[in-house]
Unconditional design. Structure first.
Length: 206
């Protein structure tokens, strides 16, 4: 299992929903205070691309063991997706954490050593992280800017990207696909379409 860094409005309580045998449900897990307009953007994007309804879970505090303060106060994305996986309700198939907190990882090379320069990559701020394949991912709004329209566009693309990893999609060579590797640049996300390319869509929907 590998880990990767960067609307149907169905607001149901987990205990209330009824599902069919083939239905895929995504749980949106706010970590800290997250505005409803951001949740709505995610719901629209995930349903439009993956055709999966969403349940919005009650907000939680970030787990204490995920907190670090090496360069600035942040939460470790790998710890967050581990926590989400371990605490995923049985009522959902996948769980996506969404937060306004800054999140980070340690970036390593092929040999597992911290990339150079180590002061940059030991605790490296990211947009999102998800298991591939897996059931949990996390997305942060912290680095998405202040312009509302641009933030919403970036948020939708990153959520499509990280959930794509959960569904088994690797980074895509098509630079207009939402699954393209951000390569540490927000401009890469801005250049991508708010959609999957045909090749990636076929992997998901056949």
């Amino acid at each position: 299992m590998r880990v990767f860094a960067s609307l149907l409005l169905l607001l149901l309580a987990p205990s209330c929903r009824h599902r069919s045998g083939t239905e895929t449900i995504i749980g949106i897990q706010p970590i800290g205070n997250v505005s409803y307009d951001k949740i709505e953007i995610i719901e629209h994007a995930l349903y439009r691309i993956y055709h999966a309804p969403v349940i919005v879970l009650a907000p939680i505090r970030p787990p204490e063991n995920a907190f670090v303060n090496l360069k600035s106060p942040r939460y470790r994305a790998d710890k967050l997706i581990e926590y989400l996986k371990a605490n995923k309700p049985d009522t959902v198939d996948y769980i996506m954490g969404i937060t306004n907190y800054d999140i980070s990882i340690t970036k390593t090379d092929f040999f597992g050593r911290i990339k150079e320069p180590t002061d940059k990559y030991e605790d490296f701020g990211i947009f999102g992280l998800g298991y591939m394949p897996g059931v949990s991912c996390v997305v942060s709004c912290f680095r998405l800017g202040r312009d509302k329209s641009r933030l919403q566009d970036r948020l939708a693309k990153i959520c499509i990207h990280e959930f794509g990893h959960n569904r088994g999609l690797d980074h895509c060579e098509n630079k207009t696909c939402a699954m393209t590797d951000a390569v540490e640049k927000i401009s890469t996300i801005d250049s991508a379409d708010l959609n999957l390319c045909e090749k990636c869509r076929k992997k998901i929907h056949g």
